[in-house]
Design a protein around this ligand. Structure first.
Ligand code: SF4
Ligand code: SF4
Length: 84
C-alpha cells in the first residue's frame, strides 16, 4: 500500500471537519487545543494515510498538503557470481 502523510497549516484551519469526513482511512481528527483563531484544527490521528488527497481536495481553505512516499524502485534480479 502506498503510504502518505499530511501537513496541516494549523493557523489556517477553521475546524470545519470536511477533511475528517472525506478521509477513507479515518486517520484525521480535530485537535483538543485551539489555534490562534479559536478553532480546533485538523490533525493526523492514525498512521494509515495513503496519500489519496481527498482531504486536501475538500478543504475550502487549502490548509492541507499531502505527501506521498515515492514508489519503491524495482531493481532487476541479480545472480550471485563467484560464490564459493
Ligand atoms: S491523504 Fe487521504 S488517507 Fe491521507 S489523511 Fe488525507 S484523505 Fe486521509
Ligand atoms: S477541511 Fe480544511 S479547514 Fe476544514 S477542518 Fe479540514 S483542514 Fe481544517
Amino acid at each position: 500500500m502506498i503510504r502518505g502523510t499530511v501537513l496541516v497549516a494549523q493557523e489556517i484551519c477553521k475546524g470545519c471537519e470536511l477533511c475528517v469526513i472525506a478521509c477513507p482511512q479515518d486517520c484525521l481528527g480535530l485537535s483538543e487545543t485551539l489555534n490562534k483563531k479559536g478553532y480546533r484544527f485538523a490533525m493526523l490521528t492514525a498512521d494509515s494515510c495513503t496519500g489519496c488527497e481527498n482531504c486536501a481536495l475538500v478543504c475550502p481553505d487549502a490548509a492541507l498538503t499531502v505527501y506521498r512516499e515515492p514508489k519503491p524502485v524495482r531493481r532487476p534480479a541479480t545472480s550471485v557470481q563467484g560464490a564459493a
